[in-house]
Design a protein around this ligand. Structure first.
Ligand code: NAD
Ligand code: TYD
Length: 348
């Protein structure tokens, strides 16, 4: 059984990845997570505990990371840990620079001292910037990030690649499109709209709602990450996505439709709660990536259609109302007000 150090394994994608690993029986997971507002041990309830060691801590804590690498001698590191929400990065970019850049540099330095066979850094298609009117980005496309979040992720990608060239570290990078599915914190588009619709709140669409995103079901991303970890070529970057696009408005309308079918409220009444609100500053109109490299080199393809994935997701949120209530009970309200009531904290 190989040991993996997974960072950020209590967040949305990380917890789905840890679930996949623990279910396979082939991996032992050491999970380093700071448990920020987005991290929650409850996201890992029911996993086989003997295959999982949780360590609460910061990826930017050098002595802790050194100690873990020395003790556990993991075969590989998969770094999910990040501040992940564009809107929060607009309100305050400091934690983004600290975790997404300084944290990654700490991990890389520790790996120089305590080598591993693979260092897989989880990145995003947002590093390529706005692709409106352009060809989808491939892995060699320029990095033109728009938000402080995307800029911090691009900086980390470049740092990782520099450590590959300079010190020969076994770096792999995945850049996926927008994920959705169970355990996503309800600050991101899909779970926020499901939660609001379930509670009779307005459905706040930024600007005209015609921004395009490629929605990837989280299980498909986790399978791709594992495949890249096992079969990717060190030094390589892999885009992960479905190569299909939908406008935000279409996504929100689909959520209304599915909620109506599953839970009964009238679909037209739900759609009337869709409201155009002040646009996100610097909002990218379109993300689009080519995934040809992953499909040919790694033989991966998505298996969950958007309709199926969205239905599964809506059902999960309906069945886990307590989880939703708990994760939105703390600072969420203050955050929500600074984006949706005060319009980007302008009065702050
Ligand atoms: P998330 O916000 O749900 O979870 C992040 C996790 O990292 C949380 O458990 C948090 O506690 C932990 N964390 C934050 N700072 C930390 C630190 N300093 N030390 C240790 N742990 C820390 O994020 P997510 O949506 O699961 O995203 C995971 C990764 O995937 C991120 O790197 C993100 O940039 C990337 N990504 C996300 C998406 C998406 O659609 N969600 C798309 C592409 C790429
Ligand atoms: P989000 O889930 O924050 O992901 P990202 O910004 O990383 O793509 O947002 C997805 C899209 O949905 C993005 O175009 C912004 C838009 N959006 C809204 O229109 N309203 C909302 O309340 C949120 C959270 C997002």
């Amino acid at each position: 059984m190989k040991t993996l150090l997974v960072t950020g394994g209590c967040g949305f994608i990380g917890s789905n990845f840890v679930r996949l690993l623990c279910a396979s029986g082939a991996w032992r997971v050491v999970n380093l997570d700071k448990l920020t507002y987005a991290g929650n041990l409850e996201n890992l309830s029911g996993i086989v505990q003997e295959h999982h060691r949780f360590v609460k801590g910061d990826i930017a804590d050098r002595s802790l990371v050194d100690r873990l690498l020395e003790e556990e001698k993991p075969w590989a590191i998969v770094n999910f840990a990040a501040e992940s929400h564009v809107d929060r990065s607009i309100l305050d970019s400091s934690p983004f620079l600290q975790t997404n850049i300084a944290g990654v540099q700490t991990l890389l330095e520790s790996v120089r001292r305590y080598p591993v066979d693979r260092f897989l850094h989880i990145s995003t298609d947002e590093v390529y910037g706005d692709k409106v009117g352009q060809e989808p980005a491939d892995e060699k496309s320029p990095l033109i990030p728009s938000s402080p979040y995307a800029a911090s992720k691009a900086a980390a990608d470049l740092l990782c690649l520099s450590y590959r060239r300079t010190y020969g570290l076994p770096i792999l990078i995945t850049r996926s499109s927008n994920n959705y599915g169970p355990y996503q914190f309800p600050e991101k588009l899909i779970p926020l709209m499901i939660r609001n619709a379930m509670s009779g709140m307005k459905l706040p669409v930024y600007g005209d709602g015609m921004q395009m995103r490629d929605w990837l079901y989280v299980d498909d991303n986790c399978r791709a990450i594992l495949a890249v970890l096992e079969n990717g070529t060190p030094g390589s970057v892999y885009n992960i996505g479905t190569e299909t696009e939908r406008s935000n408005l279409e996504v929100v309308q689909s959520i209304c439709q599915i909620l109506s079918e599953i839970a009964g409220p009238d679909v037209e009444t739900l759609k009337h709660t869709i409201e155009s609100v002040v646009d996100r500053p610097g909002h990218d109109r379109r993300y689009a990536i080519s995934t040809a490299k992953l499909r040919t080199e790694i033989d991966w393809a998505p298996t969950v259609s958007f309709d199926t994935g969205l239905s599964k997701t809506v059902r999960w949120y309906l069945q886990n109302e307590d989880w939703v209530a708990r994760v939105t009970s703390g600072e969420y309200r203050k955050y929500y007000e600074s984006v949706y009531v005060q319009a980007w904290g302008q009065s702050a």
